[in-house]
Ligand binder design. Structure first.
Ligand code: TYD
Ligand code: MG
Length: 450
């Protein structure tokens, strides 16, 4: 008797193996391998063989003889989104927008859809999550009604594809990928096989008809797109929404971009009438008049823009095992800074709980805020307020040395604009500035300025 073929697939990354494993060897996730049914295995075989034999044989050419793609981008009607995308929407591109529930993904894309509809583009908004009536309500709030904006509440992929092929849409939003369902694939909506098939079909539509498609994807608690990582590999651009749903500010960060850099960040404000480009970031993330002990100010670069933010620390005596916890800042880095403070300044922090929070739901991704974190910790430990006129800037090394930061001139300019007068920085500024600069190249020296 022939042996029954078995195949297991990782629900996080799509890796396949003939044997079950507790931990996926490809993405290191635990307990994500599930057994595929014989129907699913047959489907996979069919699709892979049709992919390899269906296309014509193509020949390689010297790169010097190849013409570059002439990309003609168009504006999304939102300067912030255009910035993150690298200068506007690229026809035929597939963009994934991820973010936690309620952060504003549907709101932003409905607004963008209507912006484009108003510039005479025919736009399709596919919603598998909300009814047409619900979306209409939102459209009323956003002032997004337009004859060129078409709604399709549908979860069946083949209906969506036939709608797309029968009409000449110029922009499409899919809300959301996890809600769509392909009948051709014998697995549940949201599973790796489903998401892979649907994304592949959408990609084919986008590339062959030159229609830009924006896909909304839900994210899990750890911040990755729910379930399948495969999605991130397949699409051209991946953007993530960040921010605290309780505050009105939202950051849209580029994570992958085949048509531009990922260094820029879009900044939006949520209000009663939807999500708007934030006019000015200045002063949103700090309150100079109310600087308590445990708070320190610094300037971080969000893309090409400097933003002044407040970092907060709470140092309190520990009962039992000392806790270290941070929101918006790397916990390992916090551990390193605390160890350094113990060693260099002889602070008995091992018997204290330390909590760090970054205001406005911002996540700090650069080391230049180290010094401000240290200042905040010291301020909370001593229960003494820092001067609201002073900003702290510098990367701290394992040896306690304070390293230079990039874009110092730009950061100092922003401080000047915001009316600050003093800064503790790691190196002398090259350009003339009105800010009184204290140069500190060692952690122990910073204490002098506090
Ligand atoms: P939504 O776009 O539905 O989030 P997502 O699609 O990412 O899950 O946004 C939901 C939140 O946005 C909701 O909690 C209310 C808020 N909101 C406003 O504050 N103003 C508005 O005009 C709209 C449409 C939503
Ligand atoms: Mg939504």
């Amino acid at each position: 008797m022939a042996k029954k073929k078995t195949l297991f697939e990782c629900q996080a990354c799509g890796f396949q193996s003939p044997r079950w494993m507790g931990k996926c060897t490809s993405c290191n996730e635990w307990e994500t391998m599930i057994e595929l049914s014989s129907e699913q295995i047959k489907f996979l075989k069919e699709t892979s063989s049709s992919n390899s034999t269906g296309s014509m044989l193509s020949k390689a050419k010297p790169i010097t003889q190849i013409d570059e793609d002439n990309i003609k981008r168009f504006s999304s009607g939102s300067a912030e989104l255009d910035l993150v995308l690298g200068g506007g929407i690229v026809p035929g591109s597939l963009t994934l927008i991820g973010g936690s529930p309620g952060i504003g993904k549907s709101t932003l894309l409905l607004k963008i859809a209507s912006n484009l509809a108003k510039t005479n583009k025919k736009v399709l908004y596919v919603s598998g999550e909300e009814s047409a009536g619900q979306i209409k309500l939102r459209a009323n709030r956003l002032d997004a009604n337009h004859d060129n904006l078409y709604l399709l509440p549908e979860i069946n992929l083949s209906s969506v594809l036939s709608e797309i092929s029968n009409q000449n849409y110029e922009f499409i939003v899919i809300d959301s990928i996890q809600a769509l369902y392909s009948e051709d694939t014998p697995s549940a909506p949201g599973s790796v096989t489903q998401v892979r098939t649907i994304t592949f079909d959408l990609m084919r539509v986008a590339k062959s008809l030159h229609i830009p498609i924006f896909i909304i994807g839900h994210i899990t608690k750890d911040g990755s797109i729910a379930g399948p990582r495969v999605l991130e590999h397949m699409v051209d651009t991946v953007l993530y929404f960040e921010g605290d749903t309780n505050s009105e500010l939202r950051l849209l960060r580029g994570f992958k971009n085949r048509f531009g850099s990922t260094s820029e960040v879009g900044i939006f404000e949520m209000n009663k009438k939807g999500l708007h480009d934030a006019k000015s970031m200045a002063g949103k993330f700090f309150n100079k008049d109310k600087l308590h002990s445990g708070s320190a100010l610094t300037v971080v670069m969000e893309g090409s823009r400097p933003i002044i933010i407040e970092v907060q620390a709470l140092v309190s005596e520990a009962y039992g095992h000392a806790k270290r916890s941070s929101t918006g800042f790397d916990n390992n880095r916090l551990g390193m800074l605390l160890a350094l403070l113990e060693k260099k300044l002889d602070l008995p922090l091992g018997t204290y709980d330390v909590f760090i929070n970054i205001s406005g739901g911002i996540k700090i991704n650069e080391p230049s805020a180290d010094l401000a974190i240290i200042a905040a910790i010291l301020s909370s430990y001593r229960d003494r307020e820092l001067s609201p006129e002073t900003l702290f800037l510098g990367e701290v090394s394992l040896t306690g040395e304070i390293r230079e930061v990039s874009g110092l001139t730009q950061r100092l300019k922003e401080m000047e604009t915001q009316g600050f007068s003093k800064a503790v920085i790691p190196n002398k500024p090259i350009e003339q500035t009105d800010i009184k600069c204290f140069v500190a190249d060692e952690v122990s020296k910073v204490v002098e300025w506090m």
